[in-house]
Design a protein around this ligand. Structure first.
Ligand SMILES: Cc1cc2nc3c(=O)[nH]c(=O)nc-3n(C[C@H](O)[C@H](O)[C@H](O)COP(=O)(O)OP(=O)(O)OC[C@H]3O[C@@H](n4cnc5c(N)ncnc54)[C@H](O)[C@@H]3O)c2cc1C
Length: 476
């Protein structure tokens, strides 16, 4: 057998089931392929910073595969529809008779894979697909009645039970050994990707690749995991792992992350270091949203999980949407966070919740517009996690924040950025204000306010909060 490994959101050698299995089964060598589908990416709102991160990750992956005697071929097929034909053609041209890939769960991706599978099986040979983005295949963790869980806590309990039971599934798979000979030659990774020629300047601040992902995981687990529970909500502290960009493109696996945290925590999932327990639980949130994507495919088609919320009549203020996007709302913590997103491609989790609630509850703008803006700017953009986070914040989702529990951005700011350090880093107009005034400069005397090059809030937070509550109440 000669296996063709199709890489997608699994750009790594470690703990890669498709790659490991292809290497184990193939006695005639292995070929690898990655397909650039730039028009589809654009339609799916992939951010330029994410595309550049993937492109550079591919450079590292190609070199690592070459060292194992596997050539990475790179195809460019603008849309998913063209993928089955090109994969089959490459398999035939390179003498491959089996295809290996790790599953993806978004609706278009799953349809594409089905089409590839059908065509490959009818024209070439066997197709092998593996669970990779989750520790447990979506659909295998169900309630007693056989339904998908829609509430996180019972899902997590069932997941923990499965983790303790299924010792096979939870162990990462070792990187395969070097093969005897390379089949063909690797393709050069393009320097630029069409439609994504304008690479944002902040793309350079991110170090891509599997090596960096492992370095980060190790550093986080050794130095910061213990304090994670207490410090994770403070955006000015470097307290979280920032592994989400690596998980999104698969430079590291979720299973590897859980495994290393559990190992550090003396084999415990729910006891031991509160920091480790909390971090593991966050990884399970990631998996929960993937299961939701499969159980309720409408969420990947711009539909609300809670269908009654589709009767809400959102505000359509272009000016408010633009002020939010540009970090000009006059609410410092919101502006600082939105500028962090646009200037770096990443945003702290606490602030993702604060800005999403501000957009959907105070400005009362449709969560889909926020979801899309995040995707278009995030390095770690991931449909399941992003949609889950947005629908949680908008109270339209599974196990969402109750509609009446609306975060007040000023209280959040005082609580989680008490000295205003994070605000100062991204809103230089306010850099000279002290910790008392920086959270809400609209409370300063008029003269002091006039000296600041910073606008008044575009909305009254308490009035708008009540309006949102009334709108949700009216749905009942
Ligand atoms: C409105 C909104 C949009 C979001 N969009 C995305 C997105 O597009 N991509 C994305 O990866 N995450 C998203 N999240 C989840 C979360 O904000 C990020 O995963 C986290 O900030 C990444 O930072 P970290 O790697 O340092 O996380 P850590 O705190 O170190 O957590 C470790 C990992 O756990 C997972 N995780 C943590 N919190 C969550 C969560 N609430 N939901 C799902 N997984 C979680 C992530 O994979 C993360 O890398 C979103 C959250 C909200 C509220």
């Amino acid at each position: 057998m000669r296996g063709l490994v199709w890489f997608r959101s699994d750009l790594r050698l470690d703990d890669n089931p498709a790659l490991a299995e292809a290497c184990a089964r193939s006695d005639q060598g292995v070929v690898a392929v990655y397909v650039i589908t730039q028009e589809q990416w654009q339609e799916h709102d992939w951010a330029p910073v994410k595309v550049e991160f993937v492109r550079r990750t591919l450079e590292e992956l190609s070199a690592a595969l070459s060292a194992m005697n596997i050539a990475l071929r790179v195809l460019t097929v603008p849309r998913f529809q063209g993928v089955p034909g090109e994969i089959v053609k490459l398999a035939k041209d390179s003498g491959c008779d089996a295809l290996f890939f790790n599953e993806e769960y978004e609706v278009n991706e799953a349809d594409r894979d089905e089409a590839v599978k059908e065509r490959f099986e009818s024209e070439v040979g066997e197709v092998y697909a593996f669970t990779d983005q989750c520790v447990f295949k979506p659909g295998t963790i169900r309630t007693g009645e056989g339904r998908y869980y829609t509430v996180f806590s019972p899902f997590k309990r069932a997941w923990y039970k499965a983790y303790e039971r299924d010792t096979e599934a939870v162990n990462p798979i070792a990187k395969p050994r070097k093969l005897a000979a390379m089949i063909g030659e690797p393709d050069a990774i393009p320097d630029v990707i069409r439609l994504y020629e304008a690479v944002p300047v902040h793309a350079d601040r991110w170090i891509p690749g599997e090596k960096e992902a492992h370095r980060r995981l190790k550093a986080f687990v050794n130095d910061r995991i213990d304090a994670y529970k207490e410090e994770r909500d403070f955006p000015a502290i470097d307290a979280t792992s920032v592994l989400s960009p690596y998980l999104a493109c698969g430079a590291i696996s979720l299973r590897r992350c859980v495994y290393e945290a559990v190992r550090w925590n003396d084999g415990k999932l729910e006891k031991g270091s509160p920091g480790a327990v909390h971090w593991i639980s966050e990884l399970v949130w990631r998996e929960f949203y993937k299961h939701i994507l499969v159980g309720f495919p409408r969420v990947s088609m711009h539909r609300a999980f809670n269908l009654s919320s589709e009767r809400l009549r959102w505000n359509e203020s272009e000016a408010h949407l633009r002020a939010w996007q540009e970090g000009r709302t006059g609410v410092p913590i919101v502006d600082a966070a939105m500028r962090q997103l646009v200037q770096t491609g990443w945003m702290h989790n606490r602030l993702r919740m604060v800005t999403a609630m501000f957009l959907t509850k105070n400005l009362f703008i449709d969560w889909r517009l926020g979801e899309r803006f995040f995707m278009r700017n995030l390095l770690d953009g991931d449909l399941a996690a992003n949609n889950g986070g947005w629908q949680w914040s908008a109270s339209t989702g599974t196990d969402a924040a109750p509609y009446f529990r609306i975060m007040n951005p000023y209280s959040q700011s005082k609580k989680f950025d008490p000295d205003g350090e994070f605000i100062r880093a991204y809103v230089p107009e306010l850099a000279d204000l002290d910790a008392k005034d920086i959270h809400d400069p609209s409370q300063l005397p008029p003269l002091a306010r006039a000296k600041l090059d910073y606008s008044d809030p575009i909305i009254d937070v308490s009035q708008s909060r009540q309006r949102a509550i009334d709108a949700f109440k009216a749905l009942k």
